[in-house]
Structure formats: C-alpha cells, structure tokens
Write a protein that binds this ligand. Structure first.
Ligand code: IPE
Ligand code: MG
Length: 231
C-alpha cells in the first residue's frame, strides 16, 4: 500500500494524515474484495525495513495500527472475516502484539474471507524464519534433510495453508516487489498503478481484476498445452 506520504504532501498535510487516508482506502478495498468473492487479501502495511523510518513516524504508525484494530475487529468479525498477521511479532509494541493475538483468536472460526495483515513483514525474513524452524526439526531428528522440498518449505512460511496470491497490486508508481512475499509471488500476476494508495479504490480494483482476467497463466507451460488442457 504505497504512496501515503506523497498523497499527504500533495494535499499539504503531514505524513500521518496520509497514513490515516491509507486506512480509509484499505477499508474500502477490503470490503470491495469481499463483495467480489476474493478469498484471501493480504495487505502489506509495514515492512521489516520500515523500522528504519524516523521514530516519530514509526510510533504514529504503531499507534494507528492499535487504534484501527481496536475499532475494526468487531465489525470484521461480525462480517465473517478471519484475521491473520504475518511478520516479526516480537518487534511490535506489546499492546499491539496482544491486540493481534486477540483479533486472530476471535476471528479464527470465520470463513467468508481471510484478511492477512503483513506488519513488520519481509519476504526475506519469512524465508529465514522458515529455514530456522526447519533446521531445528532436522537437528531434533524430526525430519531428514532429504525431506526438505518446496512443499515442506511452503508449510513453514507465513502464508502456510493459504493459496499463493493470484494478483499483486502495486500502487504509487513503483515497479518493484520491495521484499513482499518473495517465495509466494513466483507465479503471481502483477498490476502496477501510478495511483497513490489513498486514491486507490473499488474502481481501480475493478480495473486490476479486468487486467487479471486477461492474463493467460501458463505456469511454465506453452499456450498450446493450455488450450489442449482446456478442451
Ligand atoms: C505506504 O506509504 C505506507 C507505509 C509504508 C506504512 P508510504 O509512507 O511509503 O508513502 P510514500 O512512499 O512516502 O509516498
Ligand atoms: Mg513508500
């Protein structure tokens, strides 16, 4: 969700106003996704690298996450959303860690849509934490190095049990992955838009979905093979 700061500058507002506008956009897009039948939505809210921002901005973002969770969880729960958090939780302020755990516990039984919030998340961090847990299992003798394959690694990543993303939307005009779900994005279609995140809404989401529908997803095969499979 990139572009909050530039949106704020463009409106002569402080950066935190941009982040607040970003929350409004996230709310609208989450609901539009649910209406469109999306099963899993992952929002990249705060990266491993965002900790290097000025402390004032980091603190105001943490306060914003705490406030938004407090305000939104009951309604998300009532609407059947399951919440899941991915990222280095031990780095989060204790109160946020508790809110996150409570929100996950409360919504664990819901199945309308899974909303994954990536906070203090990095794709490299994710692969490292998976490697660490696998190494511990090898050391304890639970698994043999020969057992390590793509499926096993996938089961130790943060999105374990969820399908890899079909579509990644990158706002704010950047054309890079910026340490998002590195493993999971192997065959994800990527939609780039110059819109700043606070300006991204249901209309542009519909355009991104149209783009997705036009893609032929070959997963390494040839177009001819896919046509034969479809017959
Ligand atoms: C994304 O907007 C929000 C977070 C990373 C928390 P930015 O804050 O990166 O906005 P720009 O890139 O400065 O416009
Ligand atoms: Mg940015």
């Amino acid at each position: 969700m990139d572009g909050n700061g530039r949106w704020a500058s463009a409106h002569s507002k402080p950066r935190h106003a941009g982040h607040r506008a970003g929350v409004r956009a996230a709310r609208a897009v989450t609901r539009a996704c649910a209406e469109a039948g999306v099963e899993v939505l992952t929002l990249f809210a705060f990266s491993s690298e965002n900790w290097h921002r000025p402390p004032d901005e980091v603190n105001s973002l943490m306060r914003l996450f705490i406030e938004v969770l407090q305000r939104e969880v009951d309604e998300l729960h009532a609407n059947g959303f399951q919440l899941r958090f991915i990222g280095a939780r031990e780095q989060l302020p204790e109160i946020l860690r508790k809110r996150v755990a409570d929100a996950e516990a409360k919504t664990a039984g819901n199945s309308r849509m899974t909303l994954v919030l990536a906070v203090s998340y990095g794709g490299r961090w994710d692969i490292v934490q998976a490697a660490r847990r696998i190494a511990a299992k090898v050391r304890s003798g639970d698994i043999d190095p020969q057992d390590i394959d793509e499926a096993l690694l996938g089961r130790h990543l943060s999105l374990a049990g969820l399908p890899p993303p079909d579509l990644l939307i990158r706002t704010g005009g950047e054309q890079r992955v910026s340490n998002f779900l590195l493993w999971d994005l192997a065959y994800t279609e990527i939609y780039f838009t110059d819109l700043l995140w606070p300006d991204f809404g249901p209309a542009e989401l519909a355009r991104a979905m149209d783009f997705f529908r036009q893609r032929q997803r070959r997963f390494g095969r040839t177009g001819g093979q896919l046509e034969a499979l479809a017959d």
